[in-house]
Design a protein around this ligand. Structure first.
Ligand code: MN
Length: 320
């Protein structure tokens, strides 16, 4: 039987996997984890999964199985991603006759997972039950972990409303899908981050063909002046808008993670290119694994006080 390490000297934080089991196996091996009795473990380290295990990729069941077995045996932690959250909402709406439009949209987002679990319904139900137990954030002595955005005021509200800090409580899940409830605002902020409305009714068509009225923003920008100072997404803004000044109202909607706060790890943002830090105390580990990108980990050692780019480790899509 697999034992968790009795003495932990560090954590390996892993970004969005999206069903890329082959890359996950190669990354765990590169990080020094051994597979024994179908569970990956390390004598001195634990993994922290940043969420978004499912959807899009070719081997979703295998990724869930690898992550869950590590969590179950005390060899890893995992936080909830917006994709696992979508799966919970879809399941919740399943019993409801209304909400056809919302269900249709979710079915599109979840299509790869629903297809791959189609003949494994009991296993899917087990996965959903497990997703309900995933904490929305984790705080350790030396660092913090959340899928998209650390907003302390929302975290404080979450701890008060849902002491389990996960969706174990069905009432919390129910409330969270109702637009503009406190629960909804907490979940949207922590799992999807901050965004702003494009001005003048403008829209952006992303690489994925989806037309959007909003764009994702940084949550660490200090004294931003223009739209370009705060955008944080692969798709650029239309040129006239880039240099447009932010209004006082828009600035109020932004969140700023201060540079003297604990190191923070997030996923979620489809980064590209060579993995790097996004600022001195924030690392985004989502490098688009499922879109011919990289699966990225950060090796955090006991006693580390800040972040260091040399502690990023990754594997590429395709054979190396
Ligand atoms: Mn993701």
């Amino acid at each position: 039987m697999n034992q968790p390490p009795s003495h932990v000297t560090g954590y390996d934080v892993i970004g969005d996997i999206h069903g890329c089991a082959d890359m996950l196996r190669r990354l765990l091996t590169k990080l020094g984890y051994d597979e024994v009795d179908s569970v990956f473990s390390h004598p001195l380290r634990k993994v922290i999964f940043l969420g978004d295990l499912i959807d899009r990729g070719p081997n979703i069941r295998e990724v869930v199985s690898i992550a869950k077995s590590m969590v179950d045996t005390g060899n890893a932690y995992a936080v909830m991603g917006n994709h696992e959250y979508n799966a919970l909402i879809y399941d919740l709406l399943g019993v409801d006759k209304g909400n056809q439009q919302r269900k249709e949209k979710l079915r599109g987002l979840l299509s790869a997972s629903l297809d791959q679990y189609q003949n494994y319904q009991a296993e899917w139900q087990k996965a959903l039950q497990w997703f309900k137990t995933l904490p929305i954030f984790l705080e350790f002595d030396g660092f913090r972990v959340v899928h998209a955005c650390w907003d302390q005021s929302k975290i404080d509200q979450l701890v008060e409303i849902a002491p389990s800090q996960c969706f174990a409580d069905d009432f919390f899940l129910h409330q969270s899908i109702i637009r503009a409830t406190t629960e909804n605002r907490i979940v949207e902020r922590l799992l999807r981050g901050t965004d702003l409305m494009l001005p003048g009714g403008l829209t952006l068509t992303g690489e994925d063909g989806v037309v959007r009225h909003r764009f994702r923003t940084k949550f660490w920008a200090r004294s931003p002046k223009t739209y370009d100072d705060v955008i944080f997404q692969p798709d650029r803004l239309p040129e006239p808008v880039e240099h447009q000044l932010l209004t006082a109202e828009e600035k109020k909607q932004l969140v700023c993670y201060q540079k003297d706060e604990k190191p923070l790890f997030v996923g979620h943002y489809w980064r590209k290119g060579k993995p790097r830090l996004i600022c001195s105390n924030i690392a985004c580990l989502d490098y688009s694994a499922v879109k011919q990108g990289k699966l990225v980990a950060y090796r955090f050692d006991d006693g580390d006080v800040g972040l260091d780019v040399s502690k990023l480790v990754w594997v590429n899509d395709g054979l190396e």
